[in-house]
Design a protein around this ligand. Structure first.
Ligand SMILES: [Zn+2]
Ligand SMILES: [Zn+2]
Length: 160
């Protein structure tokens, strides 16, 4: 049974929650993993994209991801969580993995784009370096700036 219909998406979501008793699953506005409370926050799962994102959060949980110290580390954790989701979904939940890969690629692309945007110097537009978490410095014009934190895994999607 491929999990592509509404009913199977709902059943698969229930099964995931049963399969990971160590994780608290809580309904909320955005997809998010909190290592302090071992909680995955997620909206109601109504479509396959949201199911992928849920498995991605389970990936963060299973890989014991904690807070990140730089954009590069954040990107590595995002990539690892998607890789975990891809392998778990394919083997355990029989979800078409070509679609999942596309979803993972889109998500990573939006992360890369976001990381790139926040690294651009607000004064001269050069790519700055991240000296400490969210604190950037421009080697061209010496401007320093602070970037916002990633608050959830569900970033604005940039169209290719
Ligand atoms: Zn600059
Ligand atoms: Zn994530």
């Amino acid at each position: 049974m491929a999990a592509t219909t509404m009913q199977s998406i709902s059943l698969t979501t229930k099964q995931i929650i049963i399969d990971y008793p160590g994780i608290n699953f809580v309904i909320g506005d955005v997809f998010r993993w909190s290592s302090e409370s071992q909680t995955v926050t997620h909206p109601a799962i109504d479509n396959i994209e949201q199911l992928y994102q849920l498995l991605h959060e389970v990936g963060h949980a299973q890989l014991d991801h904690k807070d990140y110290s730089s954009g590069a580390e954040l990107l590595r954790m995002e990539r690892d969580a998607w890789a975990y989701a891809t392998s778990v979904l394919v083997s355990n939940y029989q979800i078409p993995d070509s679609e999942l890969r596309q979803s993972a690629d889109d998500a990573l692309y939006s992360y890369q784009n976001w990381l790139h945007q926040r690294s651009l110097c607000p004064s001269c537009g050069a790519v700055g370096i991240e000296k400490s978490k969210n604190n950037f410095h421009c080697l061209v014009c010496s401007q320093s700036w602070k970037a916002n934190d990633a608050r959830s895994c569900q970033l604005k999607r940039y169209k290719k």
